[in-house]
Design a protein around this ligand. Structure first.
Ligand SMILES: NC(=O)c1ccc[n+]([C@@H]2O[C@H](COP(=O)([O-])OP(=O)(O)OC[C@H]3O[C@@H](n4cnc5c(N)ncnc54)[C@H](O)[C@@H]3O)[C@@H](O)[C@H]2O)c1
Ligand SMILES: O=C(O)C(=O)C[C@]1(C(=O)O)C=C[C@@H](O)C=C1
Length: 307
């Protein structure tokens, strides 16, 4: 592949930025990659492991002369970082971000972006429970979705170029508006994370009673919860504080359904439980049949999964 941007600046050198860096190197997509992280320790680690061609000591220095600037910091500090770089941005550059929430980030970053710079918010739907500069890997975005959430009147050529860049990083790209994005991720990512955090917290309370049995005997289901609940506390605190409305909307619906199931268990309403689980199993089947979950153990097979 060939160079798509001459200089890419990564601000915030954690899981997502480091994965973007290695994916750019794999594809030869950037002439030079500069980087900046707030802590001296992170910058030192980045230099030691060869993360970025040049690690700078200020965000403004990192974005100088960059034709693509990617904000890879927690969503709660996106606005502050945009304020730090605004005077150093090159005319005609594109500023994007990878934040998990879009409405709040657009409101915080947008006002700092000069007229002669394109601002195209983004969000790769790919991650792990690890964080920091050493956690990234080139394959993270392969065959994953990346949302682009352009604001009104954005130059179509700049959007097309950023789309092609994410495709070259390995992703499929979908455009949508910020409000819709925030609701979709509240259902698919944010509420599930909160539920996992809660479930692991409940089990931890219980563990004090059962003396480690909860962890010792957990198989697939609970282990998956513990993986998700190991995700970065700063990142997820910011996600819930900034995607408040959509998350509360989904949690409200979740709680109603949970109460209905709780009632069915208490009253012995087996039909309610059976019908509910039949409906959810059908949803899982349709995802597999549409070829959207190639990780499923029986992917490609037909018939009903074994109970
Ligand atoms: N982890 C995921 O699964 C995932 C997936 C998609 C998108 N995101 C989003 O990507 C962004 C980064 O997440 P991550 O997982 O790479 O986090 P991370 O914790 O691995 O990295 C964040 C980096 O930002 C730096 N940083 C924090 N505040 C800063 C500041 N004020 N100025 C400069 N640097 C600062 C930290 O030192 C760290 O290097 C977040 O907005 C998150 O919502 C995360
Ligand atoms: O795979 C994981 O560990 C993730 O949590 C990734 C995940 C997700 O929920 O799907 C987490 C947050 C993001 O904004 C995007 C992706």
């Amino acid at each position: 592949m060939s160079v798509m941007y001459n200089r890419v600046a990564l601000i915030g050198l954690g899981l997502i930025a480091s994965s973007m860096h290695w994916a750019m190197k794999r594809g030869g997509l950037a002439g030079e990659v500069t980087g900046y992280a707030r802590s001296e320790e992170t910058r030192e680690t980045a230099r030691r492991i060869g993360l970025c061609d040049r690690v700078c000591d200020s965000a403004a220095e990192a974005v100088e002369g960059a034709d693509l600037v990617v904000l890879c910091v927690p969503v709660g500090v996106m606005g502050a970082v945009a304020a730090e770089i605004k005077d150093a941005l090159a005319a005609g550059a594109t500023v994007t971000d990878v934040g998990s929430v879009k409405r709040d980030v657009i409101a915080a970053v947008g006002p700092h972006i000069p007229e002669n710079v394109h601002f195209i918010p983004g969000h790769p739907m790919a991650g792990t429970e690890y964080s920091g500069p050493e956690s990234g890997f080139a394959e993270l975005f392969d065959d994953r979705w990346c949302f682009l959430v352009p604001v009104e009147d954005t130059c179509p050529d700049a959007i097309a170029k950023l789309r092609a860049y994410w495709e070259a990083l390995g992703s499929n790209v979908e455009e949508m508006d910020a409000e819709h994005h925030d609701l979709v991720v509240a259902v698919t990512s944010h509420a599930p994370h909160l539920i996992a955090y809660t479930m692991v917290g409940v089990a931890d309370d219980l563990r004090r009673v059962t003396d480690s049995e909860v962890i010792k005997f957990s198989a697939g289901g609970f282990r998956d919860f513990t993986r998700i609940a190991a995700s970065d506390p700063t990142m997820w605190r910011d996600v819930f504080l900034t995607n408040k409305d959509a998350t509360l909307e989904i949690l409200g619906r979740f709680t109603e359904e949970l109460f209905a199931l709780q009632r069915a268990i208490r009253t012995g309403d087996g039909d309610h439980l059976f019908d509910y689980f039949t409906r959810t199993r059908a949803i899982r089947r349709s995802i597999i049949d549409a070829g959207q979950d190639t990780d499923a153990p029986n992917f490609g097979r037909t018939g009903t999964p074994k109970s």
